[in-house]
Design a protein around this ligand. Structure first.
Ligand code: NAD
Length: 438
């Protein structure tokens, strides 16, 4: 199979690299020339564990190439994947389809023979038909089918998720398109996993419904966590007791500072808008968004309370700024709400993140960057754990406490426990949803 992958970001690059690893010929396209130049030299522009090795071995075979020339990549391709961004549109919360539809128009102009145009980007219901219309408008003679193939990979575990998916969802309208999609994913069939073939609208809906459901689990446990703090319960025990019920499941029941990242915030917001537009408000999703905003604000109050009611003039050492470990992605990370609020309240904020600094520097003005947790904590009044990177999971607590001006810890990922932290010399500890925290 000859595949063109339009958009070489987190999803497009991982998908393109993995498809080439299946044995397909893949050309990855991006309009950012610098990205293409770096990829040609074997440099991976994002941090994604394991991606560099798979990229290198497929570039070597010649199956994986990179170009900024979309027309060259599309000519003769059996399938053209659209994996460009669909960020939240300014002002109304809707998914911005500008990049998707612009790509569709460019693809339409470049088509030379039958191809399946596959939307991998997360797009609102009805978008694949808009893609088909844009293709047709650009090239009325073009022979093509559209397919919806939403992506479920998680940053930080993207290669594994792509190679060993729980399921692949394919929305198609013709047998011909279904056959092409079947050929593309056939190399995965050695492992037993379901392919859900469905119509375009259902495939588009599955992605939003799945993400909104996962975001619901997170907001649910975060709200339960707030109640646990009041009634003296421990949310970790509560989540464990809930999650062992097979109908509920243990995943996505970790209380924390609120969800972030490139998907949940924008996809919940887009689903809420889709519901409003169709006169079927998605009240649960709307509430999930509101609870997430409240959760992030509650974290700011926690730090301020822990510091005795004010952070003015205090030094806060922040461990982790990315929205989760294993990625350099800063999109909608809780740190982008929490850190500016602390800086705005007069705190001096020193941050450490194994891979988030490059993105974070531009997004978090006023933050001082350190490379080591102990250096960040030296002389600080509070240690704030925001991202549960492995590097922060086994810190020498005694050494930290010894170096801080007033050793206090706001452990917003529930990595440590009160007893250990206090035994190490901390004078105050707070975490999320544990009644004995304060
Ligand atoms: P991204 O912003 O990292 O990458 C998009 C890339 O597309 C950019 O490099 C951009 O330069 C390029 N691009 C835009 N228009 C182009 C054009 N006309 N021609 C060539 N290149 C073009 O985005 P992402 O995080 O990879 O997300 C892509 C889509 O996948 C989104 O719809 C997102 O919701 C969805 N998705 C993302 C994830 C994730 O974890 N990031 C997971 C599942 C689904």
């Amino acid at each position: 199979m000859k595949i063109a992958m339009i958009g070489t970001g987190y999803v497009g690059l991982v998908s393109g690299v993995c498809f080439s690893d299946f044995g397909h010929d893949v050309v990855c396209v991006d309009k950012v020339e610098d990205k293409i130049q770096r990829l040609r030299k074997g440099e991976v522009p994002i941090y994604e564990p394991g991606l560099d090795a798979v990229l290198a071995r497929n570039t070597e075979t010649g199956r994986l190439t990179f170009t900024s020339d979309l027309a060259e990549a599309v000519a003769g391709a059996d399938a053209v994947f659209i994996a460009v961004g669909t960020p939240t549109r300014r002002g109304d919360g809707h998914a911005d389809l500008t990049y998707v539809l612009a790509a569709a128009t460019e693809i339409g102009r470049a088509l030379t023979g039958y191809a399946v145009i596959v939307t991998k980007s997360t797009v609102p219901v009805g978008t694949n038909r808009k893609v088909a219309a844009a293709l047709r408008a650009a090239n009325p003679e073009a022979e093509f089918d559209v397919a919806s193939n939403p992506e479920f990979l998680r940053e930080g575990a993207a290669i594994d998720d792509f190679m060993k998916p729980d399921r692949v969802v394919v929305g198609v309208e013709t047998e011909r398109a279904r056959a092409v999609m079947g050929d593309i994913y056939r190399p995965l069939y050695l492992r037993d996993f379901p392919v859900v073939y469905t119509d375009l609208e259902s495939a588009e809906m599955i992605k939003y419904a799945a993400n909104a459901f996962l975001a619901t689990k997170i907001s649910f446990i975060n709200e339960i966590a707030a109640l646990c703090e009041r009634v003296g319960a421990d949310v970790k025990s509560v989540a464990k007791g809930m999650g062992l019920d097979g109908r509920i499941g243990a995943k996505f029941l970790h209380a924390g500072p609120g969800y972030g990242g490139s998907c949940f915030p924008k996809d919940t917001s887009a689903l809420a808008r889709i519901g409003q537009e169709h006169g079927v408000p998605q009240r649960i999703t709307e509430t999930v968004i509101a609870v997430n905003d409240m959760t992030k604000r509650r974290m700011i109050d926690k730090v301020i309370d822990l510091c005795g009611g004010s952070v003015n003039g205090k030094t806060i050492a922040v461990l982790g700024v990315t929205f989760k470990p294993g990625t350099d992605d800063m999109r909608d990370a809780p740190s982008l709400t929490i850190l500016p609020a602390l800086v705005g309240s007069g705190a001096r904020v020193r941050a450490v993140d194994p891979h988030g600094r490059k993105e974070g520097e531009a997004l978090l003005p006023g933050v001082i960057w350190e490379t080591d947790p102990y250096a960040a904590a030296a002389g600080a009044d509070c240690l704030l754990i925001l991202t549960e990177w492995n590097e922060f999971r086994a810190l020498d607590l005694k050494r930290l406490a010894g170096t801080m001006a007033t050793p206090r810890m706001a452990d917003l990922r529930n990595i440590y426990g009160r007893a250990d932290v206090e035994a190490a010399g901390f004078i105050a500890y707070d975490s999320v949803g544990r009644g004995d925290s304060l």
